[in-house]
Design a protein around this ligand. Sequence first.
Ligand code: SAM
Length: 285
Amino acid sequence: MNNYLETLYPSWGQRFLVDEVLFEHQTSHQHLVIFKNQQWGTVMALDGVVQTTEKDEFVYHEMMTHTPILAHGQVKKVLVIGGGDGGILREVLKHQQIERVVQVEIDQAVIDMCIKYLPNHSQGAFDDPRAEVIINDGVKYVADCDEHFDVIISDSTDPIGPGEVLFTSPFYQGVKSCLIEDGVFVAQNGVSFMQLDEVSTTYRRLSPVFNEVLFYAAAVPTYVGGVMTFAWATENRALTHIDSTTLNQRFEKAGLHCRYYTPALHQAAFALPAYVQAALHEVSL
Ligand code: SAM
């Protein structure tokens, strides 16, 4: 394989020159490939879609974890759905006050191969005594779960293949049943310029379940076509309006050394382009 062509979009996409294929396999759930590229380091893709790269993973993993955790301020228990590469788990566990993280990943092969070929993503997080990894379908887990979490993070693939169920109303209802009263749910929700319908659909499906449904964004270079959009859902509207002083104090106290996340960026990330606001307004009519 000299070139890896991402197939997320039928008529356009990014190409990686492949220096070395480290692993390629059709698992029982999806096609998994891990390869080396001079620009991005080691790259992992599932079903033709780039999931993560060594060079830019920090953007996504910092914004998907520290934003809800620092907004909440007293997180003890976190549920991660998906996240097989371990980047989300690594960042969540940096918060010393967190006592337990349950990660529900459908494909053991992703975890195993990312530990082997992308060790800097998890950095031993899967062995942290606070972490419990469960191999299961996330939609089934939340439907049957009788435990409650302060933050739930859906770090899934796109809504194709096994990830599709993680963008459905039954999943969101299950998430609500596992979230404590003033908890926060965040989810990867695609690149809004290219996948605006995914943002609208999530807004339509989440709004009946949670009082406050918003979106925030971050520029992840290898999620091509514009900024990456994250869904945010909570019953506690105050969490979305944490003042700068409080957020800065929490950030300092957490002792995080981030390369993308800052408290100022956290607050700015919720400011959305007019075209996204218009699409959300359309849904609410
Ligand atoms: N950051 C990436 C993105 O935004 O596209 C996602 C990375 S992570 C590798 C996505 C993970 O979701 C994969 O490990 C995949 O196996 C997992 N996954 C997909 N469908 C799932 C499901 N129904 N339940 C649990 N995990 C699932």
